[in-house]
Design a protein around this ligand. Structure first.
Ligand code: PLP
Length: 388
């Protein structure tokens, strides 16, 4: 019998992948499954980006690159952040990694250890709590509530800071709720953080281009007073429909750049070269594909929110950002997990229980609307048949 490290028992997972596997099994048995479970765009990566990746391979970019990413890509990231958020970023503070997740893992490993406390959104992306536990730190949930549009309350976050707090993780637009934190709340948080100068902030802005109804993304980079302790995470997965390419980045505080670069060298050496060239084409090329995808998400969002609200026992709040609807299903008499299982087994619709995103997700189910309008309507109709 192998003697696995105790730390492994503390490592969680992302249930969306478990649901995806189960949906795949059912589909293999011949069931017609509609997948509203997975958090990835259903679009192909735009063609000019694919071509740039192929060209990089043909041009012989087959070797290691600098561990923090090729210079032109880090410069393009800085230019993109200037264009989108009107902020100055030093390309040397940009570290390119394979996807959004590695930044999370490295940031938590950098600050997490037994005795340390890390605040994180709940319900929230499940990897936050998983890696906090893995690091030995104590996870302290920031409860996100429907009545606040699933945005954090700055007072509540600040009220949970103790002398042991090392890192605060925030995420807007948010997975799984679609919540967007308004600027006033971010202003208030940043002002309050002045009293806690040793606390770092990880702002997960991976959905920064997916906001609807004229909402504007508030990047934490827009607050110079916290630049020396801000890790701003973004990437290509969602914006450019590039989840399988594995490409993301973060802007790190100057004092953390060497640490994160060493983590990259120890972990993966560098992101594969062709992917980095594809990512460069994504940032420097035309952005119409992004606008088109967001417009389609917006149209589907309206369809799904309306259809969910018409179901008995279901109340679906406005979905302000990302590509998720997070309806309350308490009125159906089911728990989140029961709803997830029945929707899949009896209606052939894959969704993810709110509790997969933390205990404050009880009573909710996540629907990803990264699927066709036709499939969305069919899925909700089938669930309607189940709820009778
Ligand atoms: N952050 C959030 C909030 C996410 O929802 C996701 C993916 O679902 C990620 C980060 C990770 O993205 P990636 O696939 O690039 O690792």
């Amino acid at each position: 019998q192998l003697h696995f490290a105790e730390s492994l028992s503390r490592l969680g997972t992302e249930s969306a992948f478990v649901v995806l596997a189960r949906a795949g099994q059912l589909a293999a048995q011949g069931r017609d499954i509609i997948n509203l479970g997975i958090g990835q765009p259903d679009f192909r990566t735009p063609e000019h980006i694919v071509e740039a990746g192929i060209k990089a391979l043909r041009d012989g970019h087959h070797g290691y690159t600098p561990a923090n990413g090729i210079g032109p890509l880090r410069e393009a990231v800085a230019a993109d952040l200037h264009r989108r958020h009107n902020v100055e970023v030093n390309p040397d503070h940009v570290v390119v990694v394979p996807g959004g997740k590695p930044t999370m893992f490295f940031a938590v490993l950098m600050f997490g250890e037994p005795g340390a406390e890390i605040l994180y959104p709940n319900p929230g992306f499940p990897i936050y709590e998983s890696v906090i536990r893995y690091s030995g730190a104590t996870p302290v949930p920031i409860a996100l509530k429907e009545e606040n549009g699933f945005a954090f309350s700055a007072d509540e976050v600040l009220g949970q800071i103790t002398p042991r707090t090392r890192l605060i993780i925030i995420n807007s637009p948010a997975n799984p709720t679609g919540g967007v934190t308004p600027r006033e709340e971010v202003d208030k948080l940043v002002a309050g953080l002045a009293a806690h100068p040793n606390v770092a902030i990880l702002s997960d802005e991976i959905y920064s281009q997916m906001l609807y109804d004229g909402r504007e993304h508030v990047s934490l980079l827009q607050y110079p007073e916290i630049r020396d302790r801000l890790i701003m995470l973004d990437g290509w997965s969602k914006t450019y429909a590039m989840t399988g390419w594995r490409l993301g980045y973060a802007v790190w505080p100057a004092s953390a750049v060497d640490h994160v670069t060493r983590l990259c060298i120890n972990d993966h050496s560098c992101v594969n070269a062709a992917t980095q060239y594809a990512g460069l084409a994504a940032l420097t090329g035309p952005q119409d594909a992004v606008r088109d995808m967001v417009a389609q998400f917006d149209a589907r969002r309206k369809v799904i929110v309306e259809a969910l609200n018409a179901l008995p026992g279901v109340r679906c709040p406005d979905a302000a950002g990302a590509f998720y609807a997070f309806p309350n299903i308490e009125g159906t008499g089911m728990t989140s997990k029961q709803a997830q299982d029945r929707f899949l087994d009896e209606a052939g619709v894959a969704t993810v229980a709110g509790t997969s995103f933390g205990r404050y997700g009880e009573g909710y189910v996540r629907f990803s609307y990264a699927n066709s309008t036709e499939n969305i309507l069919k899925a909700i109709e089938r669930i309607g048949g189940l709820l009778g």
